[in-house]
Design a binder for this molecule. Sequence first.
Ligand code: GSH
Length: 229
Amino acid sequence: MSYTLIFGTRNWSSWSLRAWLALKTTGIPFEEVLIRLRQPDSASRIRKLSPSARVPLLLISDGDKESKVFDSLAICETIAERHPEAGLWPDDTEARALARSYSAEMHAGFLALREALPMDFARVLPQPDLDDTVLEQIERIQTAWEHALSQYGSQGDFLFGRFSIADCMYAPVVSRFLTYEIPLSDEVSQYAARIMELPAMQEWFHESQKEIDDGLPDQWVVEMVRNVR
Ligand SMILES: N[C@@H](CCC(=O)N[C@@H](CS)C(=O)NCC(=O)O)C(=O)O
């Protein structure tokens, strides 16, 4: 059995980071295929491989069977199911229900925040003007994290004690909060530091930095050029 994860430009692709972190946590080797986003051929390259025309995409080869899992949360769930020993969901039923709720809330929501604060993983950027909706979403996320940390944080460093899919789903938000220097409560700021210290997050950071060193512009510059065209 082997895994191949197809994902987008590391500095930008928040959905890719989520699935990559979950897979990385299992410690199982997997092949990485990077598709650079916002290139003339990005969409056609992704569409050829991925039924949803989106990355991340997980290819699972099992003997003569090959399956495609083409959504970050579906990938996390599939990995958790195939590798229960990795403990990607909390053991406790109530904790697991809350971790699933938070993960789904992230997956389906916070659109205003995602649009206003695009992930630019290895950069620090000026904070844009944030409207009330974005401020409410920032507040909601911090409240949710504080609640999880107060209930389960004594059992480990992460939202539900042991590192879980909930942390994978919110890791790009941690990065956004740091990129745009969003004011954070002490508890949230310490949690953010623990997430960033993870070896996997450091690896993603260094690879993102290399993309920037190779000339990757920041996302707003790309948007401006697109709007001018
Ligand atoms: N709901 C999907 C969203 C995936 C998504 O929007 N991916 C973006 C990159 S972060 C993408 O593939 N964009 C296609 C493109 O840029 O051509 C998931 O959770 O995986």
